[in-house]
Design a protein around this ligand. Structure first.
Ligand code: ARG
Length: 470
């Protein structure tokens, strides 16, 4: 946002009373947060209106004063939203800017708004109101992302690809199954945000500077007006606690770690070496020098952004680690990391929902890759176990068969029956059914397994779960 910021030296500070000298000009800019916390204007106004209504109900303010405050705040909100509110740096932050504008607009009553509160409980309330909404938006985006993955998984429920461990071909899996693995990560991410929201949704207002207030406030009433789930129990904790922001950033860091892993796979899969998928042109960029290039910039950027989000988590932890109770100005540093975390997470989710929707698979290439690397070797071992051989012995026998395949440059299924029987006389014609990719997939037919039938059942369960989530 960062709009209409002025170094307006005609403003006297609301706290100027005990000072003899004006603030140093550089210090004024250095200590101000209005450049970034103006973003909280709507929540600041919402909190102020609730506070004024409560004060009027408790007869600390008159009904007329309250009405003037509420109407004035409404006008200020419109002015900000029109873009013609001038933010003053000497007035430090969003709170004092709005309060001063209110007083300039309605006079005396404006000066009474700050009765029984402090910027310390005010700012904590604003951030919680703001973050609560942002969490809802992020969870909604995660649900969209999950739905896009389920659609893709359903479309590719039978598509064979090589499953990897150590980035080496391990066993065949379906692309649908692979998408469901990503889906599960996002389910846990959404659950973490929902859980974190419960602790965000606690009201600090009423804690005032740190000790509470001598006015007969009614915190239950402001809590109900603001839709908080509970009231902070301890005033010292209320103004200083930023656990909720740290928790949010931790959930965001885990989510970004997941997105970074997806990104890595998309980047690998869209390379000429893998060639498993085609990312839509709309999500790629070219090179200014190499005409043939189509670069997976979007996944690369998301992978890159994860580092920045991990950094924000570390910043907030470090911000809080040595703070004595209660409020300290350090806390002003909570906003930029938090805001940026929200912005980057939302942007990354938005771009991924669309990118996943436009993703095209190359099943023939995936099948080809699954055929290489002896992906069905475990199936041959399991086949021998079925014939009565102990797994360890079967492992050894198949290892020798693989060695022959490597020497020949062919897959196990390309060895003749006589050749296979040289490793074990128990091997029969029926072994070839086991050595096919489809046979291998179909054999893993249990809850959580990669058999197409199981993938379809898992998609159904996931959809049912999603319906109960909202
Ligand atoms: N701008 C401040 C912040 O972001 C608001 C609270 C200021 N309180 C104070 N006692 N200086 O934390």
């Amino acid at each position: 946002m960062l709009q209409n910021l002025v170094m307006d030296n005609t403003q006297t500070k609301p706290w100027a009373g005990r000072f003899d000298q004006p603030t140093d000009a550089f210090v004024e800019a250095f200590t101000a947060s209005v450049g970034f916390d103006q973003r909280l204007y709507a929540q600041d106004i919402q909190g102020s209106m609730a506070h004024a209504r409560m004060l009027a109900r408790q007869q600390v303010l008159s009904a007329d004063e309250c009405a003037a405050i509420v109407a004035g705040l409404e006008r200020i909100q419109q002015q900000i939203e029109r873009g013609d509110f001038v933010w003053s740096v000497p007035l430090e932050d969003v709170h004092m800017n709005i309060e001063r504008a209110l007083t300039q607009d309605i006079g005396e009553a404006g000066k009474r708004l700050h009765t029984g509160r402090s910027r310390n409980d005010q700012v904590a309330t604003d951030i919680r109101l703001w973050l609560r909404e942002e969490i809802d938006a992020i969870v909604a985006q995660l649900h969209q992302f999950q739905a896009a993955l389920l659609t893709l998984a359903e479309r590719e429920a039978d598509t064979v690809m090589p499953g990897l461990t150590h980035l080496q071909v391990a066993q065949p899996v379906t692309f649908g199954h692979h998408m469901l693995a990503w889906h599960e990560m996002l389910v846990r991410d959404a659950a973490r945000f929902v859980d974190c929201r419960r602790r965000v949704n606690i009201m600090p207002l009423g804690a005032a500077a740190l000790a509470g207030t001598s006015y007969p406030i009614d915190r239950e009433y402001t809590c109900a007006l603001l839709g908080f789930e509970g009231i902070a129990e301890n005033s010292l904790d209320a103004v200083s606690d930023r656990d909720f922001a740290i928790e949010f950033c931790a959930a965001a860091a885990i989510l970004m770690m997941h997105l970074s892993r997806f990104s890595e796979e998309l980047i690998l899969w869209s390379s000429a070496q893998f060639d498993f998928i085609e990312l839509a042109d709309a999500f790629c960029t070219g090179s200014s020098i190499m005409p043939q290039k189509k670069n997976p910039d979007v996944p690369e950027l998301v992978r890159g952004k994860s580092g920045r989000i991990f950094g924000h988590l570390m910043a907030l932890l470090t911000l809080m680690k040595a703070q004595p109770l209660a409020y300290n100005k350090d806390n002003q540093e909570d906003k930029e990391p938090l805001f940026d975390t929200v912005d980057q997470v939302k942007a990354s989710l938005k771009v991924y929902v669309d990118l996943i929707g436009a993703l095209r698979c190359k099943p023939a290439k995936m099948r080809e890759a699954a055929r290489q690397g002896f992906a069905t070797a475990t199936d041959l071992a399991d086949y021998l176990v079925g014939k009565g051989i102990a797994f360890r012995d079967a492992h050894e026998i198949v290892g020798k068969a693989v060695a022959l395949g490597i020497k020949r440059g062919c897959d196990l299924a390309a060895l003749s029956l006589a050749e296979l029987q040289a490793f074990s006389p128990l091997i029969d014609e029926d072994v070839y059914a086991v050595l096919t990719l489809e046979g291998s997939l179909a054999a893993r037919n249990h809850f959580g397994g990669t058999a197409p039938e199981q993938v379809r059942a898992a998609i159904e369960r996931a959809r049912a779960r999603q319906e109960t989530q909202v």
